[in-house]
Design a protein around this ligand. Structure first.
Ligand code: GLC
Length: 568
């Protein structure tokens, strides 16, 4: 595979100014409300993050990706944004943001902000203005309003369903008090979709990109990057006509869907790229685009966002053959598009991988049960979960991921080996997925429970007040304080692997080696660095060489099952 980038470390230039810093970065996702709470109100905040910069520096990551921190009613954990150019007062101020950014940069850590362009919140001033304005007004044109069908407009314009369940249209009351038009929301009803054919919307987002770039943000994670442009020419097709085979949104591979992954969306990102390139080094972006694999490269194009999330490993079972196919295909795609690959096992939307891998049936995105429903999303019976095996496999998978060319995205808490929290009482759940799918899905709160920093005390050291989502007693075992300095702990394992990764990655090449077993993957990277990952249950012989790090204990010259090792 070709070596497309020369790392700054090789050329000896200032790493902070390296335009390629993102290509092989390890990026740590912070879900700010659940990371560290400095004022005891139960919600994590920006000052809390600043206080933990030494921890982030010790961990050895290259960048932090911050999930939304903007003013929000938290109808969808902050992905319902009231104001794109401010900080939620519950989380701090713009001055706190600047202090956090300065502290991260002083520690050599880049900052990636999450930008949510597909929808605003229903509290955004634009939406409030639209509600107060008449049909057909310019204010309504910023969103997607339609008259309903039926004699009195009482039937929604189409039968489309929201991603979170329930209808994708909500009826408003007109300013004169009569039942009125409907607006489209692909997600929660508190997240009205913006109309991206409006020049005003486009310009305003360019302003937002500059606003944060000027404040030192190094890159952007683009939420639902594949939904912005829409063709809602009447008649609107029914959901069955849109998805005849019952495939999901990403089943379409030709840009013909009225709102997912249309070709025109890239015109927006070409404009964004021009803004990114006004800065030195250019600002980076990564698309969250759940699209057909054949169309991902368009988002990752250097003329567009530059990188796109590849969720293939996240959705795969813990299986050598599946992993190998995904790695080979994605590295080839990245070479072709000029991007670098992205890898991820956990984020704020999916069941933590230490838990997925401990559930029956392999451990894909939601760890599918026999009924096709997510085990945990449907409420996994605790006795089905093998916590030890899950963590063992998660560590093995992570060490393999950290050996791959491209950027590795880590989610807060995985460095502690944290498991998903299944036991959140209904009354304390927050995710709209739970409320819109009563009795079917329990939603994503289980991976968003505030981190345990201490083994005991109020909210395990998260803050001085009760955490906004309840932490189970077993969190104590995974606390930072329980693992810090402890040989063999997941935290020390992550620290060692991340430090080594920085030293060892000199190019973006990878060569597969014969492993002698279908259950074992083996590859080398330049510099005499080798990775061996045993997906099976039986031990295999380790190749000769010095073991640099392993995901679990070794057995003499043997690599036990569900274990990965790096050798030189
Ligand atoms: C993305 C986010 C998710 C959010 C949704 C709507 O998928 O990752 O958390 O709910 O977009 O903004």
């Amino acid at each position: 595979m070709s070596n497309t980038a020369t790392l700054a470390t090789l050329s000896g230039s200032d790493p902070a100014a390296d335009p390629n810093w993102w290509r092989q970065a390890s990026v740590y996702q912070i879900y700010p409300r659940s990371f560290s709470d400095s004022n005891g109100d139960g919600l994590g905040d920006l000052k809390g993050i600043t206080a933990k910069v030494p921890y982030l520096k010790d961990l050895g990551i290259d960048a932090v990706w911050l999930s939304p921190f903007y003013p929000s009613a938290l109808a969808d954990g902050g992905y319902d944004v009231d104001d794109y150019r401010d900080v939620d007062p519950k989380l701090g101020t713009l001055a706190d943001f600047d202090a956090m950014s300065a502290a991260l940069h002083a520690a050599g850590i880049k900052l990636i902000a999450d930008i949510v362009p597909n929808h605003s919140s229903n509290r955004h001033e634009w939406f409030q203005e639209a509600l107060a304005s008449p049909r057909g007004s310019a204010a309504r044109e910023r969103y997607i309003f339609r008259d309903g069908k039926g004699e009195n407009g009482e039937i929604p314009p189409s039968d489309w369903e929201s991603v979170f369940g329930g209808p994708a249209w909500e009826r408003i009351t007109e300013p004169d008090g009569t039942p009125g038009q409907w607006y489209m929301h692909i997600f929660a009803k508190e997240q009205p979709d913006l109309n991206w054919s409006s020049r005003e919307i486009r310009d305003d987002f360019l302003k937002t990109l500059r606003f944060w770039s000027d404040r030192g943000v190094d890159g952007f994670r683009v939420d639902v990057a594949h939904a912005l442009t829409k063709d809602l020419t009447e008649p609107l097709l029914s959901k069955v006509e849109l998805n005849p085979a019952g495939t999901g949104a990403d089943g379409h591979d030709d840009g013909s869907h009225p709102f997912w992954d249309r070709d025109e969306v890239h015109e927006i990102y070409v404009e964004w790229r021009e803004v990114f390139n006004e800065y030195n080094p250019p600002r980076t972006a990564v698309a969250e685009a759940w699209v057909h694999a054949s169309r991902r490269a368009r988002y990752a194009s250097p003329q567009g966002l530059g990188q796109a999330f590849n969720f293939d490993l996240l959705q795969a079972d813990f299986n050598a053959e599946e992993f190998r196919e995904i790695i080979t295909r994605n590295l080839a795609e990245a070479t072709e598009s000029g991007a670098s690959s992205t890898w991820v096992f956990s984020n704020h939307d999916v069941v933590r991988h230490a838990t997925r891998y401990g559930l029956p049936q392999g451990g894909g995105r939601h760890a599918k049960g026999q009924d096709g429903k997510g085990w945990l999303l449907a409420g996994a019976p605790a006795e089905e979960l093998d916590v030890e095996l899950g963590l063992r496999r998660a560590r093995a998978a992570t060490l393999l991921m950290l050996a791959l060319p491209g950027s590795a995205y880590l989610y807060q808490g995985e460095e502690l080996g944290l498991q998903e929290v299944a036991e959140i009482p209904d009354a304390q759940r927050q995710d709209p997925t739970f409320f819109r799918n009563k009795g079917v899905e329990i939603g994503r709160d289980g991976c968003r429970v505030p981190l345990p920093w201490q083994t005991e005390g109020t909210s395990f050291g998260f803050g001085d007040g009760a955490a906004h989502l309840p932490q189970p007693a077993w969190f104590s075992r995974y606390a930072v304080a329980a693992e810090d300095g402890v040989e063999g702990s997941t935290l020390e394992f992550y620290r060692r692997a991340l430090k080594l990764r920085r030293e060892l990655q000199t190019s973006e090449e990878l060569d597969w080696l014969d492993s002698g077993s279908a259950d074992v993957l083996r590859f080398s990277r330049p510099g005499g660095w080798q990775t061996v990952a045993n997906f099976g249950d039986e031990p295999v012989e380790l190749p000769a060489g010095e073991v640099l790090v392993s995901s679990g204990p070794l057995d003499g010259g043997l690599l036990p099952g569900n274990t990965t090792a790096w050798l030189r």
